[in-house]
Unconditional design. Structure first.
Length: 448
């Protein structure tokens, strides 16, 4: 008998009769991810600052299709076929031991960053709503926000899911209001730089980086879907539609604001919100309220990751430690570099998704089952893909190479995919713990 770690052996698949249709699961979840204000807060400057609005809108469509086809589809199909979450289906690509780190603990580590980012953005919006600039007050709001919502996530995530269905619509309504208020200036806007390719590629970099973890988590959404049709429709409407609408309308709003602005230009979405007038302070508060849901979900995912992968550490201890790191990142201002953080996420999860797609294809478009120990094909693919995804942090790399590695998150996916295929052919994958029987049945995890 081969030893299977507890996080794999104790996993139970979601029964087929408990699955729900795409419009009740995948679609609202992904639409909500894109509607969070952190996605489009800094989207305008690196995009419409360089390229025409139409080029950037095409970029959003292409980015949405890439997110759907490369990052989401395979993890979601694996989740749907097996009824199991990412950290279990990932054991075929990274091994039962390798899966502790990739994607297990890594998902938790990146959620620490997400909690910090959401906390920092939320506190900033509350401060703008109060018309305050005190650093002490901002830090206090961050501390209360992260710890209190982290506690809610652990104690009552099922309530958060119910609230999310309503809170998701608040940002959409406000996006439409801000767009309507600024629509008159859109035709007058002209980008200060005329580098269409850079603007287009920056759209891909930001959207893919922002989405990468959510794409891999497609397994966790897909395991609640009953059919391939649910996986497809939930992804097309939630991801492609979400990126286009939640990215496009704010970019148009900022362009409209700049097209009619007389003062100093600002590409920050908060400037477009402020231009609405007397309603602006209320809108800042509402954007912050809507940010409660992503704070809770990221805290919950982090807590689950550490509890599953480090079962000997009490849940409360590991979660409190994670939330404390989030607070420090937010209070010190490290979490304010949104585009930089999205690039790091893309570099981390791009090669994970790439390797998973390669494993899926080489296994006959199904889950092969867990592989024993460390799957070096997956781990080496991830290391090389990650390095390609962070060119600006690789010492001694020529500036021309760094510039050429854009969108780095997409290239990191491609490297992860190709390296895995080559190494799998070379026989670097360990033996299977069990052989999957069918791609449509919920599969068992018996060792043999």
């Amino acid at each position: 008998m081969e030893r299977v770690p507890q996080y794999v052996s104790r996993s139970t698949p979601v029964p087929l009769n408990s699955r729900v249709p795409w419009y009740r699961s995948t679609f609202p979840a992904y639409a909500g991810i894109f509607l969070w204000v952190g996605f489009y807060l800094k989207l305008a400057e690196p995009t419409i600052g360089y390229a025409d609005i139409s080029v950037c809108l095409w970029g959003l469509l292409v980015a949405g299709l890439l997110c759907f086809g490369l990052y989401y589809y395979v993890p979601a199909m694996l989740g749907m076929q097996t009824g199991r979450p990412l950290y279990v289906v990932g054991t075929s690509t990274f091994g039962t031991t390798g899966g502790y780190l990739i994607p297990g603990l890594m998902m938790g580590a990146l959620q620490i960053g997400w909690v910090a980012v959401v906390g920092a953005v939320s506190a900033d919006f509350i401060m703008k709503g109060l018309n305050q600039t005190s650093k002490v007050l901002s830090s206090l709001i961050i501390i209360v926000w992260i710890y209190s919502l982290g506690w809610v996530a652990i104690k009552g995530i099922h309530y958060v899911g119910r609230v999310a269905k309503f809170l998701n619509w608040i940002p959409l309504i406000m996006i439409l209001i801000v767009f309507y208020a600024n629509r008159g200036g859109i035709a007058s806007y002209h980008p200060p730089h005329h580098e269409e390719t850079i603007g287009f590629l920056n759209v891909l970099t930001i959207v893919i980086g922002y989405f990468a973890t959510a794409g891999a988590a497609g397994a966790d959404f897909g395991m609640n879907n009953g059919t391939r049709k649910d996986v497809l429709l939930g992804g097309i409407f939630g991801i492609v539609g979400g990126a286009l609408i939640a990215g496009g309308l704010p970019v148009l709003s900022v362009a409209g604001y700049l097209g009619r602005a007389t003062g100093a230009p600002s590409y920050d979405y908060t400037a477009a919100i402020s231009s609405v007038g007397a309603l602006a302070p209320v809108m800042f508060f509402l954007f912050a309220i809507a940010s409660m849901v992503p704070t809770c979900f990221s805290s919950f995912i982090a807590s689950n990751s550490f509890t599953t992968m480090l079962p000997k550490i009490p849940r409360t201890v590991s979660t409190l430690a994670a939330l404390t790191v989030s607070v420090l990142l937010a209070v010190t201002g490290v979490a304010n570099n949104l585009v930089g953080f999205f690039s790091l996420v893309g570099a981390s999860f791009g090669p994970i998704c790439g390797a998973m797609v390669a494993d899926y294809i080489s296994s006959g478009r199904r889950w092969s089952g867990p592989r024993l120990g460390i799957n070096w094909a997956g781990c080496i693919a991830w290391i090389l893909g990650f390095l390609v995804g962070i060119p600006e942090h690789v010492p001694g790399l020529p500036a021309a190479w760094v510039k050429a590695d854009n969108p780095s998150g997409l290239y990191s996916f491609v490297v992860g995919f190709l390296v895995y295929l080559v190494l799998a052919k070379a026989g670097l994958r360990p033996s299977l713990v069990q052989v999957a029987t069918s791609t449509t049945d919920v599969q068992s995890l018996h060792s043999h």
